[in-house]
Design a binder for this molecule. Structure first.
Ligand SMILES: Cc1cc2nc3c(=O)[nH]c(=O)nc-3n(C[C@H](O)[C@H](O)[C@H](O)COP(=O)(O)OP(=O)(O)OC[C@H]3O[C@@H](n4cnc5c(N)ncnc54)[C@H](O)[C@@H]3O)c2cc1C
Length: 389
């Protein structure tokens, strides 16, 4: 939304964006999820509708044809979409993080080249950070970008690239100075078009959930990228640019986990009203009521924390502690709520075709993705201890 808009106009536009997303989920997503999951059907038609709603441009400013929404609205949107179908949120997560990093750190020419088409979701973007020997410890990556006459020669192998098969634009973390100390000073980000010679999409990981979303390996072998593929204009800034993006990624992940939890709660509420034991709907049993109350309370706490993290990130630019807290708490909450939902469904919670069975398999991704929860705790502890140094 436009930077010069009045508060009232902004409030109206925000409400309209959220309402359009809710309508999309209610009409187009919710009635079809069970069938699409069962058939393993591709989500192409839903992706087209998401494109029309501008959802791929959530983190793209209006001057580059994006929605330009504030971060709290972005978090609310991610929750709405994930509540409808977590898979759709997974299509948006890293794409949105890449858009944010480009909008915040790219040169003007790079912004003009990539942001308008990313806002349309054509192409989609993927994040190439993790390697087989480096996930939590990204400063240990081995992918190299060597300066050559034509630009940079990139060599290395990335793993766990979400949407790597489908994406057309890759944001790649590489070492431009492997001898730098500390290592992060020698790291840079590159905008690599997947059609570049030397970029090879490898095997797909066979995951416990999210089967519709590809997660694959990508290798770079003598891939010569033009010099303007370096994000921004100065090498060695990539790690800081990335950490800024990962804070947004953690807000997106937290909001998606809350959407998953909210879906689990709503399935549980409906089931508790319908399922009869000992002559009563199980919702009459206080033990079930206590479980439902705990689920709703934890979700409300996670949502409040996530919106606060979004507010602090919007205000301060960098907000690693609240973003880590939101991702940590929301993902642990989603896991607990998904388990409660499975318990409430009794044996049926364990049976394929019941949404809570799928939600329970999906929830662990939010514990380990976007930086494991152990790493989030380390980020939080570091900031706490600094405050008393
Ligand atoms: C489905 C899926 C999608 C993904 N998508 C992407 C993507 O699009 N792009 C991308 O780049 N990556 C992606 N990832 C990778 C993900 O970010 C990493 O798996 C994650 O950061 C953890 O890295 P790792 O698997 O190497 O675990 P490791 O770093 O090997 O960690 C193993 C264990 O040790 C713990 N640990 C590690 N270091 C410490 C420490 N200092 N203190 C305490 N505990 C520690 C970790 O918390 C964890 O429990 C994805 C992963 C999955 C499963």
């Amino acid at each position: 939304m436009d930077g010069d808009m009045s508060d009232a106009a902004r409030t109206l536009e925000t409400a309209a964006v959220l309402e359009a997303a809710r309508r999309f989920v209610e009409r187009d997503v919710s009635p079809r999820v069970a069938d699409m999951e069962r058939r393993g059907a591709q989500a192409g038609e839903l992706l087209d509708k998401m494109r029309k709603l501008g959802l791929f441009g959530m983190a793209v400013p209006t001057e580059y044809d994006g929605l330009g929404i504030d971060l709290e609205t972005l978090a609310r949107l991610m929750e709405i979409i994930a509540q409808g179908w977590t898979t759709l949120a997974a299509y948006l997560n890293s794409h949105t993080t890449v858009c944010h990093i480009i909008a915040a750190h790219a040169s003007e020419a790079q912004k003009r080249r990539y942001l308008p088409c990313l806002a349309r979701g054509e192409p989609r973007a993927a994040l190439c950070l993790s390697e087989s020997g480096a996930g939590s410890d990204l400063q240990a990556i081995r992918t190299r970008a060597r300066a050559v006459d034509q630009g940079y020669r990139i060599d290395g192998g990335k793993v766990f690239v979400t949407n790597g098969e489908q994406a057309g634009l890759l944001l790649v973390l590489a070492k431009t100075d492997p001898d730098a100390a500390p290592a992060h000073r020698g790291m840079s980000l590159f905008l690599i078009e997947k059609s570049l010679a030397g970029v090879h999409v490898g095997g797909r990981f066979d995951k416990m959930a999210f089967e519709h979303v590809d997660t694959c390996e990508i290798a770079f072998q003598d891939a010569i990228a033009p010099s303007d593929a370096l994000l921004g204009e100065t090498p060695g800034k990539g790690f800081g640019q990335l950490l800024d993006g990962l804070e947004l990624g953690r807000i997106e992940f937290a909001a998606s986990a809350i959407g998953l939890g909210q879906a689990a709660l709503e399935h549980s509420l409906r089931y508790a009203r319908e399922r009869v034991t000992f002559g009563h709907p199980i919702s009459d049993h206080q033990a079930v009521q206590l479980e439902l109350a705990a689920m709703a309370t934890k979700l409300m706490a996670a949502r409040t924390l996530t919106l606060e993290a979004a507010r602090q990130k919007a205000t301060h630019g960098r907000a690693d502690m609240p973003c880590a807290m939101a991702k940590l708490f929301a993902s642990e909450t989603a896991m607990e709520v998904a388990l409660s939902a499975l318990r409430i469904h009794g044996g049926y919670g364990y049976i394929k075709g019941y949404a809570v069975e799928r939600l329970f398999r999906e929830a662990p991704l939010y514990l380990v993705g976007e930086g494991t929860n152990e790493i989030q705790k380390l980020v939080i502890a570091r900031r706490l201890l600094e405050s008393v140094a």
